[in-house]
Structures are given as structure tokens and as C-alpha cells.
Design a protein around this ligand. Structure first.
Ligand code: ZN
Length: 110
């Protein structure tokens, strides 16, 4: 499968960290077949945080996956508590981008 996303999935912290942080043979930095994020305007980590909230990510059970899960959970908590302030319009724009059906990924409303 060809990947158009040229942005690195693995964060600089992970890349500089131990080998396990980059993921196992099933995942990339803890994510399995992460949806393409190359067309998003928001920073990749934020896109992933919102995708996680909408259950659009498959997180691996390896060590990198567990770290990723914890990171996403903490990042969301900071947004929810307004510790990391996202302007409403910005937040809404990410929500819309993340949940918009694409050619590659048909989203079925729950
Ligand atoms: Zn893994």
C-alpha cells in the first residue's frame, strides 16, 4: 500500500528514544495502519488526538502502543480541562476534518 503521508508518524522524542518507542513489526510508533493525515492543516499530534477520540485509530498492544495510548489520553485531558487551550473555531475545524468521510476511509455514523 502506498502511503502519501510524508509526515513522520514517530515523534522526535520517540525517534531519539529507545528502539521499542518506534513500534513493533505491526505498527509505527504504536499505531496500526493509521489513517492518512497528510491533508490536514492541524499539527499531526493534534489530528491523532482527535482521531483517537472518534475511535479512528488502531493502537497497538506493544510498548510503543501503550505509550501512545497514554500520550493521547493525557493530551485530550489537557484539552478538555483547557490546560492546553484550543480556540473553539480551531477545535471545531479539526473535528470536522477528522470526521469528514474521505475517498480512502468511509465513515459510517454511529
Ligand atoms: Zn506495535
Amino acid at each position: 500500500m502506498q502511503r502519501r503521508d510524508s509526515r513522520p508518524e514517530v515523534t522526535t522524542v520517540q525517534a531519539a528514544g529507545p528502539d521499542w518507542a518506534r513500534g513493533c513489526d505491526k505498527c509505527k510508533g504504536g499505531l496500526i495502519d493509521a489513517p492518512d493525515a497528510s491533508y490536514f492543516s492541524a499539527p499531526l499530534y493534534l489530528v491523532r488526538v482527535f482521531q483517537a477520540r472518534h475511535n479512528l485509530l488502531t493502537i497497538c498492544n506493544c510498548r510503543a502502543g501503550n505509550m501512545r495510548r497514554q500520550f493521547l489520553r493525557n493530551a485530550w485531558r489537557r484539552i478538555e480541562s483547557d490546560e492546553d487551550h484550543l480556540p473553539d473555531a480551531f477545535r471545531q475545524a479539526i473535528e470536522e476534518e477528522v470526521t469528514r468521510p474521505t475517498v480512502h476511509f468511509e465513515r459510517i455514523a454511529a
